[in-house]
Write a protein that binds this ligand. Structure first.
Ligand SMILES: NC(=O)c1ccc[n+]([C@@H]2O[C@H](COP(=O)([O-])OP(=O)(O)OC[C@H]3O[C@@H](n4cnc5c(N)ncnc54)[C@H](O)[C@@H]3O)[C@@H](O)[C@H]2O)c1
Length: 360
C-alpha cells in the first residue's frame, strides 16, 4: 500500500480523494490545508481517521514518509507546497498550473532536477480517448500544418474567476494549449494574442481571446475562446480541426473523431477506451515511480504549456507578437535574481546554465 499526503481540501482536492479511493494500492495518510477545519471536514466526509494539519512540514513530522504528495492547493500556494515536498525527497503530482509564473516553474524544475525528485503536473485534459484518436489520425495523415481549437462556454462561477485578470487565458486556456502541444508533438515558438470581453460579459477580466501560435515545426495553432458564450456551447475540451498533407481530421472534444483524405468518404473513428483524466494522470505518475517512462506532465516539459499562457497574456498586453524564447529568457532572469537574493546559488547556477527553457 502506498501512502499519499494530500494538500488542499477544496473542490478539486475532493475530486482527487475520489480518484485515490478508486485505487486499492493507495491510501491518504494525512490531509493538509491552511484551513484545518476544511481538511477535517473532507476527511470526515469519507470516514478517514487521518491526521489533518495546516502545513506540509507538520504532516511529514506526523506520518511515515509518503510515496508521493498531491498538491491540490490554489495556484499561488503551488510552489511553496511542492518545494517543501521536493526538499523532503517526496515526489509531487501537482494540479495545474504548476506555478502561476514561468519564473517560479523554472525554480521548481531546478530543485526537482538537482535533488532528483520527480515533479509532474496533472494536465487531466491531455488524457482523453477522443484526443488520442484525434492525435493519432492527424499523425497518420502526416501531421498538422494548421490546427484550430474553438472553446465556447458560459459558466457562472461566481467566485475568484469573476474577479481575476485574464480568467479564460490563465485559468482555462492552459488545458487547450497543452492539448495542442500533445497533438502537434512540437513546441511553440511565438504567439500573437488579443484578449477582450463581449459587452455582455459577467467577468471583470478579459473573458475571451483569440491567439495564433507558430510552432517550431512551422505548424500554426489558432485558438478562439470565450467564457461568456451562451448557446451552442462547445465541449469543455473545445472543438478541433486539423489540416494535414494527406487529409483533415475533426474532433468534437468528446468521442466523435472524423477523418477524410482527398479521395475517400469521411470516416468516423472509434476512440479506444482507456483510463482518462485524473485517473490516467495518476496512473502515469505511479508508473514513473515504478521506473516507467517520464510522465507527460513532468515539469521540464509541462513548463511549455504554462509559457504559452504567459506569452499569450504578454502579447495581449503589448499588442505585439511574443517569442517564447523571450518569455523563457525573462523568466530565467527573474528566477536567477530571486534565487541569488535568497542565497540559493545552486538553483541560480542551474537556471542560469539553461539560459532559457530547461533542456529535456
Ligand atoms: N484539472 C482540472 O480540470 C481542474 C479543475 C478545477 C481546479 N483545478 C486546479 O486545482 C487547484 C485547486 O482548485 P480548487 O477549485 O480545489 O480550489 P479551492 O479554492 O476549492 O481549494 C483550494 C484549497 O487549498 C487550500 N490552500 C490554499 N493555500 C494552501 C497552502 N499553502 N497549504 C495548504 N492548503 C492551502 C485552501 O484552503 C483550499 O481549501 C487549482 O490549482 C486549480 O487550478 C483543476
Amino acid at each position: 500500500m502506498r501512502e499519499v499526503v494530500l494538500v488542499g481540501a477544496g473542490g478539486m482536492g475532493r475530486a482527487w480523494m475520489d480518484v485515490i479511493e478508486r485505487r486499492p494500492d493507495l491510501r491518504v495518510s494525512a490531509v493538509v490545508d491552511v484551513s484545518v477545519a476544511a481538511a477535517q471536514a473532507a476527511a470526515r466526509e469519507r470516514g478517514w481517521d487521518v491526521p489533518c494539519v495546516a502545513t506540509v512540514a507538520e504532516a511529514f513530522a506526523t506520518v511515515e514518509p509518503p510515496s508521493m504528495l498531491l498538491n491540490v492547493t490554489i495556484p499561488e500556494a503551488h510552489r511553496g507546497v511542492s518545494e517543501a515536498a521536493l526538499h523532503a525527497g517526496v515526489p509531487v503530482l501537482s494540479e495545474k498550473p504548476v506555478t502561476p509564473t514561468v519564473a517560479d516553474a523554472l525554480a521548481l524544475a531546478a530543485v526537482s532536477e538537482r535533488l532528483g525528485v520527480l515533479l509532474a503536473t496533472s494536465q487531466s485534459r491531455r488524457h482523453l480517448a477522443g484526443l488520442r484518436a484525434f492525435r493519432d489520425a492527424v499523425a497518420a495523415y502526416g501531421g498538422a500544418a494548421q490546427l484550430d481549437a474553438a472553446f465556447f462556454q458560459n459558466p457562472r462561477f461566481g467566485g475568484f474567476r469573476d474577479e481575476m485578470d485574464s480568467p479564460l487565458l490563465i485559468d482555462m486556456a492552459i488545458h487547450t494549449f497543452d492539448q495542442a502541444r500533445y497533438v502537434l508533438g512540437s513546441e511553440p515558438a511565438s504567439v500573437y494574442c488579443e484578449e477582450f470581453s463581449p459587452p455582455w460579459s459577467w467577468y471583470r477580466g478579459g473573458a475571451a481571446a483569440q491567439a495564433i501560435f507558430r510552432f517550431a515545426d512551422g505548424a500554426r495553432f489558432a485558438y478562439s475562446g470565450s467564457w461568456c458564450a451562451d448557446g451552442l456551447t462547445t465541449s469543455w475540451n473545445g472543438a478541433w480541426r486539423a489540416s494535414a498533407a494527406a487529409g483533415s481530421v475533426e474532433w468534437d472534444g468528446e468521442q466523435a473523431v472524423r477523418a477524410q483524405d482527398a479521395h475517400g468518404a469521411a470516416r468516423t473513428l472509434r476512440p479506444v477506451e482507456q483510463a482518462e483524466g485524473l485517473d490516467a494522470a495518476l496512473a502515469e505518475f505511479l508508473q514513473a515511480l515504478d521506473g516507467g517512462p517520464t510522465p507527460s506532465g513532468e515539469i521540464h516539459a509541462n513548463i511549455w504549456s504554462l509559457a504559452m499562457v504567459e506569452a499569450s497574456v504578454a502579447s495581449a498586453r503589448s499588442g505585439a507578437p511574443v517569442l517564447l524564447d523571450d518569455v523563457f529568457a525573462r523568466a530565467a532572469e527573474t528566477c536567477v535574481t530571486e534565487a541569488r537574493s535568497n542565497g540559493d546559488d545552486a538553483t541560480a547556477d542551474l537556471v542560469a546554465s539553461w539560459g532559457g527553457a530547461p533542456p529535456r
